[in-house]
Design a protein around this ligand. Structure first.
Ligand code: NAP
Length: 260
């Protein structure tokens, strides 16, 4: 029987991109899904597709995860459905791109709240429940940009550095208490992410399926983090450890500088 068979996964940001791909891949492995994002219509369509294709349960919760209290609101909706969360996938997130002084302060604040605060809140809510059952899995979406500062995506890279460090810390705290925690650190992946950030799409780009499959394999192996793609691993997992921080930051500045 698959590791995922009969479990229930709560997936944030499931209306598209990596979150929707997590839902597809997990449903195919026999996992029930709870799909969360703001776009109710997209969640509904995905849940209907999964229900028609696989013999498992799919629920949707349409919710904005930025406002304070969003995580506890989500948890009470999950409880209302009579479900327990065996696998938590903290995937919802977005980036701002451009000179720091030109980015909308409220948008940067929302970014920090979604990428960091709600993710921490959801871990606070679901880890005690997992500890009671002595079992559970968490995948937090970090990024290759979490390994070093990235000018012009400065807030985003800092938020993902938080997610990476936070997840590795939790991995160490809980790996001998029945809970797996993984920081999934993709490089550029073909989703709406770049369009939402207003950033040019990079040349070297992975598919969401490649990223998600690598993440699930790493979770099964109880890794603390994984960088999908050997070139991403070399450039983000190795190079920043070898070069002075100032140098890698300035190289990133050259690569990321907005054209106009
Ligand atoms: N694509 C990449 O190159 C890349 C690389 C590294 C890491 N990542 C990370 O991967 C994760 C998924 O991103 P993606 O690439 O799949 O991007 P995406 O296609 O833009 O998907 C983002 C998801 O987050 C949801 N979301 C955004 N704001 C939300 C809010 N306020 N409340 C609830 N849900 C919200 C969106 O749904 P609604 O708009 O319907 O709410 C959508 O489902 C993010 O954490 C991102 O930082 C992406």
């Amino acid at each position: 029987m698959s590791f995922y068979q009969g479990q229930t996964a709560l997936i944030t940001g499931a209306s598209g991109g990596l979150g929707a791909t997590f839902a597809q891949e997990l449903a195919a492995r026999g996992t029930n899904t709870i799909l969360v994002a703001r776009s109710a219509d997209k969640l509904q369509a995905l849940a209907a597709e999964l229900t028609a294709k696989y013999q498992q349960r799919n629920d949707i919760i349409a919710l904005d995860l930025v406002p304070s209290g969003a995580a506890s609101n989500l948890a009470s909706k999950v409880a209302d459905l009579g479900l327990q969360v065996d696998i938590l996938i903290n995937n919802a997130g977005f980036a701002t791109y451009g000179n720091f002084e030109t980015t909308e302060p409220q948008r940067d604040r929302d970014q920090v709240l979604l990428n960091i605060a709600t993710l921490v809140d959801l871990c606070h809510i679901f880890i005690p429940q997992m500890l009671e059952r002595k079992s559970g899995s968490i995948i937090n979406l970090a990024s290759v940009v979490g390994f070093q500062p990235v000018p012009y995506m400065t807030v985003y890279a800092a938020s993902k550095a938080f997610v990476l460090s936070f997840s590795e810390g939790l991995w160490a705290e809980y790996s001998d208490r029945g809970i797996r925690v993984l920081a999934l650190c993709p490089g550029a992946t073909a989703t709406s992410f770049h369009e939402v950030a207003g950033q040019p799409v990079p040349d070297r780009i992975s598919t969401p399926a490649e990223v998600v499959k690598t993440g699930l394999k790493a979770l099964e192996r109880q890794q603390s983090y994984v960088i999908p793609g050997w070139m991403n691993f070399f450039l983000s997992g190795i190079v920043p450890r070898l070069l002075p921080r100032k140098m890698t930051t300035l190289v990133a500045k050259g690569m990321m500088k907005p054209k106009s």
